[in-house]
Each structure stands twice: as C-alpha cells, then as structure tokens.
Write a protein that binds this ligand. Structure first.
Ligand code: GLU
Length: 274
C-alpha cells in the first residue's frame, strides 16, 4: 500500500509554531515512506473560515519548506483540496450513516448538554460533558428523513465499549464510549457537517493511509473510529504529535499571534530553524 498523508489546516487564523511542528512531522513521515502528501483546507464552516487565512497558510507552509504533491495544477504549483467544494459528498455520507441507524436527529444544544446533571461518580470535573443517554431517542429515529433539516445529528455511541487503537507516536490508546465521550454531533443544525464527519469522509475519499495531527485530537480519533466502523471503512494509521506549549504551559491557539509563523519569520527567525 502506498503511503498517503495529509495536512489539513482550518483557515480561521494564522498558523503558529504548533501547526508548523505537526505539519513538518506529517511531511517527514510521508517523505520517509516515499508517499504522497495532500493539502486539504478545512473550510467547511464557511462562517468562520476566511480565504485570506487559507492563502496565508499556504504561503507560510511554503516559506518553511513544506510542499504538497497533489491537487489541481496551477502553473507548476498545486492548488489545495478545499473542503467547502464537496458539500454533496458530505451529504451522501450523512445519508449512509442515517440509513445505517448510526445517527439520529436531536434538538439538544451544546449548552443543554453542558447544563445536564453530571453522573455522581464523574471523577474529573474538567472532563467534557457527556450527552445524557436518557435523552437518546429510540433506535431508528430519523431514518425516514430525507434531509438533515435544522437538527443536530448525533452519533449513537456504544455505551461502555472501549475503543482502542495504536498511535505511532503516543503508543496504545483507549477511550470508553459513554464515559470519555458521549453521543457527538456529526451534522450541525445550521446545515454544516461537523468536524468528525467531514474529516473522516475526506480521509476516506482521499485514500489517506496515515493521519498525523496534534495530540489534542486523540479522543476525536476514538469517535472517528466509530464512524469508520459505521461506514464499513478501514481506518488509517494514527500519529498524534505532541503539542507545543506557551510560556504558561498552555497549548498554542490561534490567539497566540506572537508565535504565528509570520510573526516569527518577520522577527528574523530562520525558516530552516523553524
Ligand atoms: N483541521 C483540523 C485543525 O486544524 C485538523 C484536523 C485533522 O488533522 O484531523 O485542527
């Protein structure tokens, strides 16, 4: 099997040092495997994403020497794949999950879930709120709908089942459905496919064999493995890069503008050192 990797920035801000590390690692692993690297701009949430950030991301990637190998050819450079161009494909994936009975329409918002009473034994106060299983409708709910409509569609997780996978960097991983995460949104009521659905759908469509991304997405990987299963697709290999932290020990976010690649390059940091 030939290795196919991807880098998948979301253009809601400038790339920072954490992105650079993850993407450089993705490029390195791909080169070492003599594979093909794809750039995918994850702009499916068109309200939050901006073309100027997508353009800036490509410029910054090139300036630190990260190139990609595929995409529509525009005069010797490759155009990236753009998630927002594939809405009808995501809709097909929604339909497949719906027909499989894996997802259901739901009126509960993120706020409702956050305000739901916690299980008394919930040890970790900071843990993400779990969708209460008693709110879950009976099996088959929504299967007759032909469009997502203005519902949140949630994935029905197998309560109590451990989702295990091997991470090429972090080692063996284990998350328990219904404890570490609950029924999660795959399609938003504002008509946008949620990250978990869009990313799995695109990784399948692009034939990605290894996903390299930040360790903040380890738990998402467990959710995504459930989506692969519901779609009858084989998951790729996983490699989650350690996160870059700021001087306060917090992970870098798009707000960390001082550590954006642009700012670092403008301050004279050498692109080779970056
Ligand atoms: N687009 C996501 C982000 O920028 C990464 C998704 C992924 O690599 O799976 O955080």
């Amino acid at each position: 099997m030939t290795y196919r990797g991807r880098i998948a920035p979301t253009p809601t801000g400038l790339l920072h040092l954490g992105h650079a590390r993850t993407f450089a690692l993705a490029a390195k692993r791909c080169r070492e495997a003599a594979g093909t690297l794809v750039l995918r701009i994850e702009d499916i949430d068109t309200q939050r994403c901006k073309k100027e950030f997508a353009d800036a991301a490509m410029e910054d990637l090139r300036s630190i020497g990260i190139c990609w190998d595929e995409g529509p050819d525009v005069g010797g450079a490759f155009e990236p794949y753009v998630q927002s161009g594939n809405f009808s494909y995501f809709l097909k994936v929604w339909e497949k999950l719906k027909n499989a009975g894996a997802i259901y329409p739901c009126r509960r918002s993120r706020k409702d879930v956050a305000a739901a009473p916690r299980a008394p034994h919930a040890e970790d106060e900071a843990a993400e709120p779990i969708f209460p299983p008693q709110w879950r409708p009976p099996a088959g709910t929504g299967i007759d709908l032909s469009e997502p409509g203005d519902y949140n569609w949630r994935f029905r997780v197998p309560d109590g089942e451990a989702v295990e996978f091997f991470d090429e960097i972090q080692g063996p991983q284990r998350f328990v459905a219904g404890e570490d995460f609950g029924d999660f949104v795959v399609w938003r009521r504002d008509g946008v496919p949620a990250y978990e659905l869009a990313v799995v759908a695109d990784d399948i469509r692009m034939g990605i064999t290894e996903v390299v991304r930040g360790a903040d997405l380890l738990k998402s990987t467990a959710r995504q493995i459930l989506i692969y299963r519901a779609l009858g697709a084989t998951p790729p290999a996983w490699a989650h890069a350690p996160l870059v932290l700021d001087e306060n020990g917090r992970r870098l976010a798009k707000r960390s503008d001082a550590l954006s690649l642009r700012a670092l390059l403008a301050r004279g940091e050498l692109s080779s050192e970056l």
